[in-house]
Write a protein that binds this ligand. Sequence first.
Ligand code: SF4
Ligand code: SF4
Length: 126
Amino acid sequence: MSRIRVFPYFPGLDIATVCYQCEKPKCVEACPVNAIKRDEKTQAISVNEGVCTACGSCTQACPAKAIFIHPTKNVAIKCDFCGGDPECVKHCPEQAVEFRLTPFDARLPPEQLAKDLAALILEAKK
Ligand code: SF4
Ligand code: SF4
């Protein structure tokens, strides 16, 4: 199941969102059972599915809505870099996905992130 999510921000503008691997992750702070940790090898924030109780606290805390409960496995899931070799990068037919650092501040609400992205696109087109 894809860990990239697409949200409609307003008519005609859908934006793909993925975890920003925050420096100070709100999902980690919110988890009552310490099921979310930074992977030492990949540095991705990752969920330990064996510990997760699917309480949903992390999904509420994440400013990007990038972590969610799997509909059948009943555990929280999020982008974990696929162990360091992301499947989305390999499978996107438009080659629209790259693996690189984001210039955005993931602590901002999604609406502000969308505005910042629109400004960046307009600037690039000048
Ligand atoms: S974007 Fe959300 S899921 Fe990703 S590390 Fe930050 S708070 Fe956690
Ligand atoms: S859903 Fe799982 S990972 Fe998220 S806060 Fe609850 S126990 Fe932690």
